[in-house]
Design a protein around this ligand. Structure first.
Ligand SMILES: C[S@@+](CC[C@H](N)C(=O)[O-])C[C@H]1O[C@@H](n2cnc3c(N)ncnc32)[C@H](O)[C@@H]1O
Length: 222
């Protein structure tokens, strides 16, 4: 997906992916995933997800990365919070307390940027990318995060004949293909999205869709 595509989506406010409240799977599975940890959470392709406030309220420092400066500004403004803005290259950093949103290209991150991170939350990041970009995304993500970090991943699968992404359909098999060599994969949930779900209806998914939640942990020998 070209950067221009996302900038236009934000400019036109075509942001149907934005939930405006905490994601239900995050809410339900975070305690099991993170335990009592208050480690730093990295949120790739974070948009203006309310999830970051929810995680921050639970004591986690946050680093999110997002291409759109509209999203970065809205994230703080809509919460009624002021952010310190540190312009720079390749990222302009928006900071409130220890919640940071870095405005720029995910692919410009380097390992030193995330050396304190132990937990990664991927909702609508992997599935925002077309199939040919996903291996590059995972190569980069797994290069920049520390080896002892873990990933909570939420995916969506549907019949690709019925709908054009984003969000793209990512099957459980694809998660295994992409991550399986280097990561232990534990599936916490696989759930049918009802056919009368507003998203399924709006996007013409007559056969519905499924959502999966995974925990990914780097194999010691990888
Ligand atoms: C489908 S949205 C999901 C946003 C967020 N995770 C959520 O749950 O609401 C994908 C986001 O990724 C951003 N994005 C796309 N490519 C990016 C890149 N290379 N670097 C940083 N952000 C990117 C887009 O601007 C968009 O806000």
């Amino acid at each position: 997906m070209e950067h221009q595509f996302w900038h236009e989506r934000w400019a036109k406010k075509e942001i149907g992916f934005h939930e405006g409240t905490v994601n239900q799977y995050l809410h339900d599975h975070w305690p099991e995933f993170a335990g009592k940890s208050t480690d730093t959470v990295f949120v790739p392709l974070c948009g203006k997800a309310h999830d970051m406030w929810w995680l921050h309220d639970r004591g986690h420092p946050i680093i999110g990365v997002e291409l759109s400066d509209v999203a970065c500004k809205d994230f703080f403004e809509e919460a009624g919070e002021k952010a310190m803005v540190h312009p720079g290259e390749p990222f302009t950093r928006f900071r409130h307390d220890d919640l940071e949103v870095w405005c720029g290209d995910f692919f410009q991150l380097v390992p030193a940027d995330l050396h304190n991170t132990r937990l990664i939350y991927d909702r609508a990041a992997l599935i925002a990318l077309p199939a040919d970009m996903r291996p590059r995304y995972i190569d980069h993500l797994t290069t920049i995060i520390p080896d002892d970090s873990r990933i909570l991943l939420i995916t969506l699968d549907y019949d690709s004949e019925e709908m054009k992404g984003p969000p793209f359909n990512v099957s459980d098999e694809e998660v295994h293909r992409l991550y399986g060599e280097d990561y232990r994969i534990e599936q916490l949930l696989k759930q049918d999205m009802a056919r009368d779900n507003p998203f399924a209806k709006r996007r013409g998914l007559r056969n519905g869709a499924t959502e999966s939640v995974f925990v990914l942990t780097k194999r010691p020998d990888a």
